[in-house]
Design a binder for this molecule. Structure first.
Ligand code: XIL
Length: 397
């Protein structure tokens, strides 16, 4: 109710036309009714779990250590966390072949203390690779270093991490290769079979972990979405035929309402094709940029929530989708408001973006309700191969 009054006030104050105001008012009324329908004290993790879905968020050791309110919110809402950058190879590197595992260890310890599952992100990513690795000039030492890194991470976090994004963002048809693979460091140093080597190495070192191929822009109608989907399916076919152990596909899902048109039909078809290969699907980095949306917070929040809802309604319809992670929980911490995202996704008016379920004051936003409603409407599915902490949690209910 309060939300409704605030929304109306803002619309009234903005001086927009009567027709637009009526339309806005109607949308607001519908939204307010929907909010009431979803009004519940249940955290997102419970609403998701009731449908067999594991819900969680990205976070970091720094956020957890320095912000007790935010850490408590993570524990309340999430059944899983994913270290946003703490486990990235380049990020962990402190010198020539020297690593600092402390932030990743802290994430895993926090998760264990609160019985949260941990998604491992990621073992190799062309954009976060140590300089000393980039400088290696012969193939054998690059191969040895990659194998050593994957083995060390998998062993260190065995039991603590239930799945790994083994290779992150391996596909980029725009690079012009017939197989659609990205022309970047690992391909250049090791050839296209670096993927097979990476997954075999991960399987050998962490036999119980779910091994994921994670990528972006598989949901778009534009930006070469068709080419990306085709290349992903072709790569998966090739890997499966070769006996390469890949268990799931990760869909980042950085939504861009008003920017990249989303194709429900194409996404549905893609998810079905992945599921038909016997693979699970994880939504790994869900958030939404708002660089093309109006400044009004009420309007913007509703449009962002609608984008989440439209996407999730299609995604969750597919029973192979077992995991949903948002790329952060509160706008207090989001890469969308950092210089880490391409400038094209930042707002031109310099207002802070509002990509996540909670605002900077840790209050629920319409996005939270969109997630809640999507979970409540999702068909029930068999949960992911249960990570031990979550299995214990469920058994206790
Ligand atoms: C981003 C983080 O959110 C930033 O904080 C970091 O500095 C750069 O990386 N795709 C991925 C994620 O797989 O690892 C990226 O995370 C966002 C895009």
């Amino acid at each position: 109710m309060i939300g409704e009054i605030v929304v109306r006030k803002r619309l009234g104050a903005s001086g927009i036309t009567r027709r637009a105001m009526l339309a806005g008012g109607l949308a607001t009324l519908v939204a307010a009714r929907a909010l009431r329908a979803a009004e519940t004290d249940a955290p997102l993790k419970d609403l998701a779990r009731d449908r067999g879905i594991l819900y969680g968020s990205a976070t970091s050791a720094r956020e957890i250590a320095t912000d007790a309110d935010f850490a408590a919110l993570i524990v309340r809402e999430c059944a899983a966390i994913v270290p946003e950058s703490d486990m990235k190879w380049g990020e962990m590197t402190v010198g020539d072949r020297q690593f600092d595992f402390t932030p990743g260890d802290r994430d895993v310890a926090f998760a264990a203390a609160h019985r949260l599952a941990v998604r491992g992100h990621n073992l190799i990513w062309y954009r976060n690779t140590p300089d000393w690795f980039l400088a290696l000039s012969d193939r054998q030492s690059a191969e040895d270093a990659m194998v050593q890194h994957i083995t060390e991470m998998c062993r260190r976090y065995e039991g603590g991490v239930f799945c790994w994004d083994v290779v992150n963002e391996a596909i980029n048809p725009a690079d012009g290769r017939p197989d659609g693979l990205r022309k970047a460091v690992f391909l250049e140093k090791l050839g296209p079979n670096y993927l097979d080597l990476a997954y075999h190495t991960a399987r050998a070192a962490a036999p119980d972990a779910i091994l994921v191929l994670n990528d972006y822009d598989q949901i778009d109608d534009n930006r070469g979405g068709d080419a990306r989907r085709a290349a992903t399916l072709a790569l998966l076919e090739r890997m499966k035929k070769a006996g390469t152990p890949v268990d799931a596909v990760g869909i980042e899902a950085h939504l861009d309402p008003g920017g990249a048109p989303f194709s429900a039909a194409k996404l549905r078809q893609f998810l079905k094709a992945v599921a038909a290969m016997g693979l699970d699907i994880h939504i790994t980095e869900l958030d939404a940029t708002d660089e093309n949306l109006p400044a009004s917070i009420a309007q913007r929040d509703q449009m962002l929530a609608d984008a989440y809802r439209q996407f999730l309604d299609v995604a969750l319809d597919e029973a192979a989708v077992k995991v949903v992670m948002t790329w952060g929980l509160s706008d207090r911490y989001s890469w969308v408001n950092s210089d880490q995202i391409s400038p094209g996704f930042r707002r031109k008016d310099d207002l802070p973006s509002r990509p996540l379920p909670f605002d900077r004051a840790l209050q629920r936003k319409p996005i939270w309700y969109a997630l809640a409603q999507s979970f409540q409407h999702a068909p029930v599915r068999t949960p992911t191969k249960a990570p031990p902490a979550v299995a214990a949690e469920n058994a206790a209910k």
